[in-house]
Ligand binder design. Structure first.
Ligand code: CA
Length: 253
């Protein structure tokens, strides 16, 4: 049975997206979405992005192969019925060369043999279309946790604290409200406290591939983070290193 674009979406998917529901993902997560159904791809991308994840959508195995070596993905969401090749072929290829990136297979194929085939090929999880959106995000999070991506405990630099598990930032005990993007940026800077974080590092960690053409995008977002950190009146923590990037450091510069 072949699912059409309309059938592939669970009614709850639209409801969830419409309300922008669900907690932000506390870990900066970058997902490669391999799905040729454009409507579904767009809905999944928008939904995951609203959760603070960076998502690169592609519609073929060939495009997935092109994206994989150049981007640090935490997870692949993989459709099987793709226009050029079977998604299982890509999965086998990854596993044969020892790549253990978590892969969630997303497909309308529902027979027992299909499931067994997918898991034998090295899938970490399997979600049948139609699916409920919260289930997809919950499974992606679970996969990334199991995949060993570092889920840090509360990060602290001077009086600044960031709790990834609760999506919460405080300075001197005062709560600071950040967007999902700003949170991801600050988490990246705090993880590398005292070290140079380049614009490229931030783009890789916190953005998907569609940022091109906006050269000052990182600076704009980092500027907002800096202003929010200084609202409490404490000394500056986030410093610009001219021509290189940024450093989050309690020591004056
Ligand atoms: Ca398909």
């Amino acid at each position: 049975m072949k699912a059409t674009a309309g059938q592939a979406l669970h009614p709850g998917l639209y409801g969830c997206l419409a309300f922008g529901a669900g907690p932000y993902n506390p870990i900066p997560v970058r997902v490669l979405l391999v799905e040729d159904d454009r409507a579904l791809s767009r809905a999944v991308r928008d939904g995951l992005t609203a959760q603070g994840m960076a998502v690169d959508p592609v519609g073929s195995v060939r495009d997935a192969r092109a994206m994989l070596p150049t981007n640090p993905y935490d997870c692949i969401v993989l459709d099987l019925g793709l226009p050029d090749e079977d998604g299982l072929g890509l999965l086998r290829e990854l596993r044969e060369r020892g790549d253990e990136i978590p892969v969630l297979v997303l497909t309308a194929r529902g027979t027992v043999e299909d499931r067994v085939g997918g898991l034998n090929a090295g899938a970490d999880d399997y979600l049948l279309k139609p699916f409920a959106f919260p289930e997809l995000t919950a499974r992606i999070r679970a996969l990334i946790r199991r995949g060993g991506s570092a889920v840090p405990t509360v990060l602290q630099v001077a009086d600044l604290e960031l709790d990834p598990g609760r999506f919460r930032v405080t300075r001197a005990g005062v709560a600071i409200s950040l967007t999902a993007k700003e949170f991801a940026i600050l988490e990246c800077l705090m993880t590398h406290a005292g070290q140079l974080v380049t614009r490229t590092m931030l783009l890789d960690q916190c953005w998907d591939a569609s940022y091109e053409g906006l050269s000052n995008l990182v600076d704009v977002h980092v500027g907002r983070v800096r202003r929010k950190l200084e609202v409490t009146g404490g000394p500056p923590l986030l410093h610009t290193v001219r021509g290189a990037g940024f450093v989050l450091d309690a020591r004056p510069r």
